[in-house]
Write a protein that binds this ligand. Sequence first.
Ligand code: SF4
Length: 404
Amino acid sequence: MYSFSQLQQFVQCELRYAYRYVLKYPEPKTTSLALILWSAVHDTLEWLYRRVSFQTIPTQAQVVQQYEEQWAKQLEGVQDELDTEQLAEYRQRGLSYIDWYYAKYQPFDKNIPMEMEKNIHFTIGDGHKMRGKIDRLDIDGHDLTIVDYKTSRKRADDKHDEYRAQITLYAKGLQEQYGTKLKKLYGKVVYLHLHNEVEREITPEAIDAIEQEYMDIITQIEQKKAKWADVQWLFADGTKVWDVFPSHAWSWCNYCPFKELCPEFAHAFVESEQISAGDLSPEVIQAMLDQYVELADQYKSLGKKIDSLKDQLTEYAVKNDFARLYGQGASVGIQSRDNRSIPSDLAEQAEAYLRGQGLRDDLQSLDRYALARAVKAGDLDTMIEQWLVVNKKSRYLGQVKKEK
Ligand code: SF4
């Protein structure tokens, strides 16, 4: 059975997914202030709507009181691990979310909350089981609205809107559960930090598209799992889990519990006493790396200096009609080269010709070097050369000749 966050983890980093769900390494429970804040606010709103659904509307002071209780509950056993100043800041943030929410939605008579923390189970594609949890489900006649609370400080952009994808996928579950009783489905993301909400209708076409997208992800996962199982069955030497499930380092690595096992970061965790005989110590490798970086920087700046000298010398030689320049003990000749290409008005004709020869894919850029190589290799007759015209003459410095 898959969950949305599980599939999303595969999309973000296949290796982390593999450690967690294929190799089944335990993922230690982590505490973060963001998670504490989210849970406290989330549980407070759940408490509020349970009362609203029984037509008991708590006062703002009662909701704030509830938030304080939820906050204290979240801190049980972890408070000492957290920074006091940051804790105060996050607690205050939660209070501001609650204040804004209460002021905006009171007297809570616009929607009828049907269920809170609703578990859904459904299938996608050819029978893949999925599960999820909906923060709140509102009903209005035959219409249902999925409500999701977010404490993030950024609104998801249209291209990477995983909130939208998640709600649309859950809508598939509701479609399956309520079927003919349903008229329309809506999804609402409440951005508590941004004091804003985004609501949109979830069409059957959007559900089909998201189902296909996540089916493709499941297919990839299943194929990779099968490949990994084959590798182990065949005792295929040397194949590592990241050869099948590649790593994808990004900002989320800071929260990844498998950093020490990940080839992107493993070296940073090596201690001197862990190295095997014959291996270089971490300190030696570190010194070599620092030296490499320094030399690479010097090499880059030398390359820039050399290019600038080449340009100045070539310009001087061409301007004064010198074919060779002399220094003390060495000289260098000025070479010239015709840059030829197919003019744009003949490009179509040349393309058709190359297609006829079955060579268009090999000569994608239609550049003169590729054409010349093809003529030389006998893949192409010299006819193509008629189409090449000189579009630029370039001059450059040749080999340096040291005087004896
Ligand atoms: S540290 Fe980053 S790249 Fe490595 S497994 Fe974890 S998420 Fe993936």
